[in-house]
Each structure stands twice: as C-alpha cells, then as structure tokens.
Design a protein around this ligand. Structure first.
Ligand SMILES: C[S@@+](CC[C@H](N)C(=O)[O-])C[C@H]1O[C@@H](n2cnc3c(N)ncnc32)[C@H](O)[C@@H]1O
Length: 255
C-alpha cells in the first residue's frame, strides 16, 4: 500500500503521489506492452486520455512539476501531442490552458486540453478517423456506483475500437474507504464487483458471463490500493482502489 500524504491538486514535489502514478499507470501499461516495439511508450499517433486535474503551481505561477501531464512526458510514456485531457470544471480547465500555453508555447495545448466530460470528449473523438486510444486513465475520486457508470460508458466507446495491433489499457479508480469525522464509508472489492454486475452500462460493455468474466474481451489485470489523502492527525483519510483493464482484439461492431 502506498501512502499519499498530499491532498488533491497539491502534488508538487510529492514523491508518494508520484509513486502512485508510476504504480497504477506507467508500470502497468509497460508490463502489458512488453512486446511492443515502442519500448515503454505509447505507439506513435496513439493517444492517452485522462483527467489532468490542477496543473497550476500557485506559489510559482508555473506548471506543477509533478502534475500528471509532466510526469507522463518525463517518463517517456507519451509525447505532449499524444495527451488528451478533459476537465469538467471551467476554472480548472482555464487555469490549465493558461499556464500550459504560457510555460510551454511549443505544445499544441488546444488539442491536448478539453473542457467538458471525458465521455463527451471520447465520444466526439470516436467519430474521427484518428481515434486511436491506447491508454485511458479514469482518475476520479468517486464511490463505486458513480465510478462504475463512468467506466461502463468509457468501455462501451472503446469496444468499437480495433485493438489488434495495440491493446487498449484502461486504468480505473474508485473510493474503497472514505473516513471523515462523522462517516466511515467502506466498500469491499466484492461489493465493487457487484456494482459492475448491476450497472447497465457495465453489463453492456463487459457482457459478463455467469462467472463474472467479460465476453467482450476486457481482462482485469491488476489491483492496487492507494491511500490517497490523509489529514495531519491521521484520522480522516481516503483509500482508493485501482483496477487496470486491457482489451486486445477486433472492434466489436455491434457493441
Ligand atoms: C483526481 S483529479 C485528477 C488528478 C490527476 N489525474 C493527477 O494524477 O494528479 C480528477 C479531476 O477530474 C475532474 N473530473 C471528474 N470527473 C470528470 C469527468 N467525467 N470528465 C472530466 N473531468 C472530470 C475533476 O474536476 C478533477 O479535476
């Protein structure tokens, strides 16, 4: 288990949050694509879809050195033009666009950052000829039912994509424990699996058989538990669980 001591959006110089991204995104992608000739990077002209969160480092006015985008670029997993980030809050989106354009005028920022729901961004890109998602990172902080709804819709779009030459990898997070003063909400993995079985989009996307296996080809390959946030006294904290999904194979035409 990893300990992530800083709160969301405040990841600057936070080695533990950095480790969490390595463990839940970068390492799993590389492990799943060891035979790729692109050696630990997304294939050229293939894309990463994610939720960048806050990128502005308020004290310096620059880009947070350890925000998702910078870590992925520095790791060599992607180049800037392979990044597609969606943000639902206008203030966060606008601040991200402003700081990235100012600090990195060489980046195609308008192609990299998108305002709105990631499902709308994926659905809109899915209609274009260059829709080649290789890695989708649904890094939200939702309880299992809401997180599963987002996952089901995402997989449903990705089912229509050809993944013969390169697999599609999806990293999915959910809250497993949310401890506050008055509440202590826990979700066991077993309950998370039950949510998958109950959500209509998950049912449609995974087409689970009687044993809970996906007949549309999605395999669940890794599960990490990350302590995402803890207050100073250590009495309030959030525990996140991560599952990595991978699908290889032809597009499912009637998905
Ligand atoms: C946990 S943060 C992302 C943190 C970031 N990935 C990192 O590693 O530092 C999630 C962000 O996604 C945004 N968000 C949540 N649901 C979204 C959705 N469906 N579409 C677009 N943005 C969303 C939130 O407003 C928030 O800024």
């Amino acid at each position: 288990m990893l300990n992530v001591r800083e709160s969301l959006g405040n990841a600057k110089d936070d080695p533990v949050k950095y480790d969490a991204r390595q463990k839940t995104v970068i390492e799993p992608y590389r492990l799943l694509t060891t035979r790729s000739k692109f050696r630990g990077s997304l294939p050229p002209e293939h894309y990463y879809y994610g939720l960048p969160g806050r990128m502005l480092d308020k004290p310096s006015g620059g880009v947070q050195k350890e925000c998702e985008l910078m870590v992925l670029i520095e790791s060599g997993l992607i180049s800037p033009e392979q990044y597609r980030g969606a943000e639902i809050y206008p203030e966060i989106y606008e601040a991200n666009v402003e700081v990235l354009k100012r600090m990195h005028p060489e980046y195609p920022v308008d192609q990299m950052l998108h305002f709105g729901d990631i499902i709308d961004v994926l659905a809109s890109d899915a209609g274009k000829s260059n829709f080649r998602p290789a890695l989708v990172n649904l890094d939200t902080q939702f309880e299992p039912p809401r997180a599963a709804r987002l996952l089901g819709r995402t997989l449903n779009i990705l089912n229509r994509v050809d993944a013969v030459e390169h697999p599609i990898v999806v990293v999915w997070n959910t809250i497993l424990r949310n401890k506050r003063k008055a509440v202590d909400k826990r979700h066991e993995w077993k309950a998370v699996k039950e949510v998958f079985g109950a959500d209509c989009m998950m049912q449609r996307s995974l087409l689970l058989d009687g044993k809970g296996r996906s007949t549309t080809g999605w395999k669940q390959v890794r599960k990490e538990v990350v302590e995402y946030w803890r207050d100073e006294e250590g009495t309030r904290f959030t525990l996140m669980g991560t599952i990595v999904f991978v699908r290889r194979g032809e597009a499912i035409k009637d998905a």
